[in-house]
Design a protein around this ligand. Sequence first.
Ligand code: KIV
Ligand code: ZN
Length: 388
Amino acid sequence: MERIVKIFDTTLRDGEQSPGCSMNLKEKIEMATQLERMNVDIIEAGFAAASPGDLMAIQEISKHIKNCTIASLARSNKDDIDKAWESLKYAVRPRIHVFIATSPIHMEYKLNMTPEQVVKTTEELVSYAKSKCSDIEFSCEDATRSDVDFIARVIDTAIKAGATTINIPDTVGYTTPDEYYNFIVSITEKCPAIKTVDISVHCHNDLGMGVANTLAAIKAGATQIECTVNGIGERAGNAALEEIVMAIKTRKDYFKADTRIDTKQIMRSSNLLTRITGIKVQPNKAIVGNNAFSHESGIHQHGVLKNKQTYEIMTPESVGLDKNKLVLGKHSGRHAFRDKLEQLGYKLTNEELDEAFKKFKALADKKKDVFDKDIEALVSRQKIDVPR
Ligand code: KIV
Ligand code: ZN
């Protein structure tokens, strides 16, 4: 039996932190409603201490969303935790998400704290959060640049103080898949208590390895994945929800895991976020890019027309698209061309098809994509009998 990996969506918190991705209250509620429809387990709705507007947005999202846990982020200080708790007062399933940095560079330059002070603060502030809420996530910020013995000690402290989920973030997108795998295995050996709570991973994409690192962490035993729709997030973004979910679904046999995501809602979620933020998805982006299910080359089009699985490892329908697209261009072959003509209602003899195909190739050499109206113009000019 596959184990279920929880999906923790942080589009509305880490995602919103990326330039140009700010959302107003109405947009946040619309997005949260779509995340609930897609069946994510946890929605990180914001960072309450960031602004009164953020706190209020978390409250409003909590009123609307009934089927997901709602998480609110807090630094390791009482004021942040109080605000996070205040923001969650209407949530059916509230979670306070407390974090503190554990890497030498962050402890020295950002926190101005010694490692001992970080351990003590973890103990005190996780206990404080626990006195308010039973569901506590604790994150060691910049985990992947931290000393493994030290981080294991901090995690052990957080679990003893009441944390129910431990997050091991690759905050600056620095690690690699095999290194991250070994890091998590090593933490598990040094702090066996981690097996009694959820192990979460949160990967940034600075070196383009956010999704690969996340998938390696699943192999190492992670039980929760943090991600964003379309991979939006700080700098180069966070690991993309749609890529992780579809990788797990498509390679279920390999990961021996699954998620609760209704994958048919993936396209709708991606399109909604694009509409809200105005930030377009690159055409060749995996799963949700415009070309992700398009085939242009003749060899591929011929294969797909005979059996979709020749060049498709998942169906467009499984992510909520109608069907794959055969884009006609200079690489397309006769099969795809004839198929397109039939779709447009044209039935040509073999000779007519030969002539039309030559003209199509000549046109495709001059034009990047050949659209339906170009083909119609082309065959109409040939004065072919067109049954409509
Ligand atoms: O990237 C990070 O470390 C974070 C934490 C607050 C979890 O976003
Ligand atoms: Zn992050």
